[in-house]
Design a protein around this ligand. Structure first.
Ligand SMILES: *Cc1c(COP(=O)(O)O)cnc(C)c1O
Length: 395
């Protein structure tokens, strides 16, 4: 029976390649870190991981993961509410809430799930979600799974958000939903303004801190620290898969009644397996490290300021950013691919992004800075950027 579908899929795949949208996976044979080796044997400097704090191969976390394995086993073989909750899970949830200054937190297998299972338990067709037009796919899917009326506002545009809030005034409850850092640009929405509007138009605020937690704000507490509104955002979701160690896991944190209801009704929580003890124990250690020192944030922030400052001096067109993401604008899709390929030849691993990941005519190369980058890594990258930028007539 597969024959007809096979033909159809072969054509579909050929079309994807034809359009230049096919995603090849580059195979790495080392741990995730600043200097990595590819399967081809090529050694490159890594500027495209979400490993902002450089924790993905941190010895303390590897040690904590091993302790988790040794003391609590390999897997849970259960969802949380049947027999999949260990003391470690409760402890990690408490640490997450402490980190964000919230009342309680709930763990998921991934942030894709925390977003996917967030709206449906809380909202019905009497309610409204006002969603940023640039939101991550997982927020969009979460909104789709819920019966609330949908309003989309122009990205980070607080005037348009206000308009949509006015239109949604007849709803029972309103939730404003947004990425806390937009991952293709690196900027944040005006969170202080969102909270003001939430108060004025009686709406809750939900933020996804995937690219901001651990990174943004002086001590890395995220956008609520950056905008000085700690404890004022109703719903925060995030991942353990980026700055927080890079393994796997997601969470939602906020008001205790909301978290309590999610434990009763959120489908990815109820019907999907518990996080393994190794990951949970490493997560606990990671939040302890965050509480002990801001060394990693200090290093990341100084790396980022240095790199972006130098890129601007060289003459590159850089998108305004509040995070460790630096978008180098080329506008043309082909040029962005070329630029990334030629940088790889120089040993600098970055990725070019074009439509449909970013709007048409907005192609770019995205650079992600890490606390694991040393001065020499940054200088090597800057030299390569300058060389290729000159060759391509960009600077
Ligand atoms: C990466 C990302 C996610 C998904 O996180 P996972 O834990 O990998 O599922 C969700 N939201 C945003 C904004 C992200 O950038």
């Amino acid at each position: 029976m597969y024959g007809k579908m096979k033909e159809h899929l072969q054509k579909e795949l050929a079309d994807i390649k034809e359009a230049g949208l096919y995603k090849d996976e580059r195979v790495i044979v080392t741990p995730q870190r600043a200097e990595i080796e590819l399967e081809s044997g090529q050694k490159v400097l890594n500027f495209c991981a979400n490993n902002y704090l450089g924790l993905a191969d941190h010895p303390e976390l590897i040690k904590a993961a091993k302790e988790g394995l040794d003391t609590r086993g390999f897997g849970m073989s259960s969802v949380r509410f049947i027999c999949g909750t260990q003391d470690l899970h409760k402890k990690l949830e408490k640490k997450i809430a402490e980190f964000f200054g919230t009342e309680d937190a709930i763990l998921y297998a991934a942030n894709f799930d925390s977003n996917g299972g967030l709206f449906e338990p809380l909202l019905t067709d009497q309610d409204a979600i006002i969603s940023d037009s640039l939101n991550h796919a997982s927020i969009i899917d979460g909104v789709r799974l819920c019966k609330a009326r949908r309003f989309r506002y122009k990205t980070a545009d607080m005037e348009d958000l206000e308009e949509k809030l006015k239109e949604a005034q007849d709803a029972r409850f309103r939730v404003i939903a947004s990425d806390a850092v937009f991952s293709m640009d690196g900027h944040t929405p005006r969170v202080d303004k969102m909270i003001e509007l939430g108060e004025k138009y009686d709406a809750l605020v939900m933020l996804d801190e995937a690219h901001s937690a651990g990174v943004v704000g002086e001590t890395g507490r995220g956008v609520t620290e950056l905008y000085n509104v700690r404890g004022k955002v109703d719903l925060i979701t995030g991942t353990l898969g980026k700055s927080f160690g890079g393994a796997i896991g997601g969470f939602t944190t906020g008001h205790k009644e909301i978290i309590e209801l999610l434990r009763q009704r959120s489908r990815p929580y109820l019907f999907s397996n518990s996080l393994p003890p190794a990951v949970v124990n490493a997560g606990i250690r990671m939040f302890d490290m965050m509480a002990e020192t801001t060394e990693l944030q200090d290093k990341l922030h100084s790396n980022k300021d240095y790199f972006i400052g130098e890129m601007k001096k060289i003459g590159f067109d850089i998108k305004p950013t509040d995070s460790a993401i630096c978008a180098v604008m080329l506008y043309d899709a082909k040029k962005a691919q070329d630029f990334a390929a030629r940088l790889l030849d120089e040993g600098i691993y970055v990725i070019g992004f074009s439509y449909p990941v970013v709007p048409k005519g907005q192609a770019r190369v995205r650079v992600q800075i890490s606390a694991r980058h040393e001065q020499e890594h940054l200088d090597t990258a800057l030299k390569a950027f300058k060389k290729i930028g000159k060759e391509m007539g960009m600077v």
